[in-house]
Write a protein that binds this ligand. Structure first.
Ligand code: MRU
Length: 363
């Protein structure tokens, strides 16, 4: 997608096992590219959220594993690098999925062939992510087009956090249908939840929608219910970090409350995610999905830009007050109208029957 009119991806291989990423902690005020050239750079980028969003975390980890194998391609080296990368963030299953996929490719190979094969697999994962997100956009755009036929223009879509192209390699998941619908001439307006504490909605979603010329309005996190009560939301579309086989979906903290409000107001609530975000081993999201708890400082302090353009952090909680920072919650399948995957639309209870691993193995 575009930054300042230039087609851009979130991650680009640049040779010698290195990649270039956009440091998302600095957006929207600065677009700075950072080179990850050693395993420690990759670990820092994922853990400290220079890159974030389930698909992009997975792709970055795949490149990080390939880089680590350039230094030590032994089984022990592979296991150590996988363990270090897997320990960066617990909730998005794409991280573990990508590490497993690269490991399975390289483990049977001679040590001398492992790093190159891992890099090729990382490139394949990245390219597949682009294609999957574009396909999610095509399938999801049909929902927006249908809403445009039923509603007054424009179609108002509410989204939470950032599940746009910045969370993937390109296109995004929840925002891809909006980009494709806009390409097809549908007038769309997006309600952007600010998404405290890290403000991925205000800082990232609003930035990328603005860069693509999509109408949008940033709202504080508790506005959605009010908008839905007044008929100002035709569709909710969010991304997901991990989806269980029965269709429970973990996503950024606060997503569950939007789903409850949507259910209460008869607003369709869709989750856009590639199949790499589905953890087929799990069947109870609330009990089984590990929810990341991050540093309380993300709640007690906020980062931004002062009027004279300097980056600053300010404390917003009385010194000494404890804070809790649960990063994700789980929306139960019963609150989800449907999933938008790269293979099409499905109700939560159709996921496993249509695309589960046993079905894939038979195909
Ligand atoms: O903590 P983050 O910024 O990595 O959380 C991101 C989200 O919750 C996204 O909605 C999710 O990863 C889907 S990304 C296409």
């Amino acid at each position: 997608m575009l930054i300042d009119g230039q087609a851009t991806r979130t991650i680009q291989p640049v040779g010698d096992g290195a990649v270039e990423i956009i440091d998302q902690t600095l957006l929207p005020h600065a677009v700075e590219r950072v080179r990850l050239s050693a395993l420690d750079d990759y670990l820092h980028a994922i853990k400290d959220m220079l890159v974030r969003g389930a698909p992009l975390i997975g792709v970055t980890a795949a490149f990080g594993l390939a880089r680590a194998l350039m230094d030590d391609a032994s089984d022990a080296g592979l296991d150590t690098a996988v363990a270090a990368l897997a320990a960066t963030r617990p909730t998005a299953v794409n991280l573990f999925w990508a590490l497993e996929r690269v490991s399975q490719v390289v483990r049977p190979l001679a040590l001398s062939a492992r790093a190159d094969a891992a890099h090729a697999e990382a490139v394949a994962i990245a390219e597949e992510d682009v294609a999957a997100c574009r396909a999610i956009g095509e399938h999801g755009a049909a929902l927006i087009e249908a809403a445009a036929r039923d509603a007054k223009w424009p179609v108002n879509v509410l989204t939470h956090c950032n599940a746009g192209w910045l969370a993937t390699v390109d296109w995004g998941t929840a925002l891809a249908p909006i980009y494709v619908a806009a390409e097809r001439g549908v007038a769309v307006h997006v309600w952007v939840d600010e998404t405290r504490p890290r403000n991925q909605g205000a800082a990232l979603t609003a930035f990328e929608l603005g860069q693509q010329g999509i109408a949008h309005t940033v709202i504080v996190d508790n506005v959605g219910g009010h908008l839905m009560q007044h008929g100002l939301v035709q569709l909710v579309i969010t991304g997901a970090d991990r989806v269980t086989a029965n269709g429970d979906a973990a996503n950024k903290i606060g997503t569950y409350l939007k789903a409850l409000a949507a259910k209460d107001n008869g607003v369709p609530f869709h989750v856009a995610a590639p199949l790499s975000t589905i953890d087929w081993r799990l069947s109870d999201g609330v009990r089984e999905i590990a929810i990341e708890e991050r540093d309380a400082r993300e709640v007690t302090w906020m980062a931004g830009r002062t009027a004279d353009g300097a980056r600053a952090e300010v404390q917003v909680v009385a010194p000494g007050s404890p804070a809790a920072n649960f990063a994700f919650d789980v929306t139960p399948a019963r609150l989800i109208t449907g999933f938008i995957t790269e293979f099409g639309l499905a109700a939560p209870d159709e996921l496993a029957g249509r695309w589960g691993p046993r079905v894939a193995a038979r195909a």
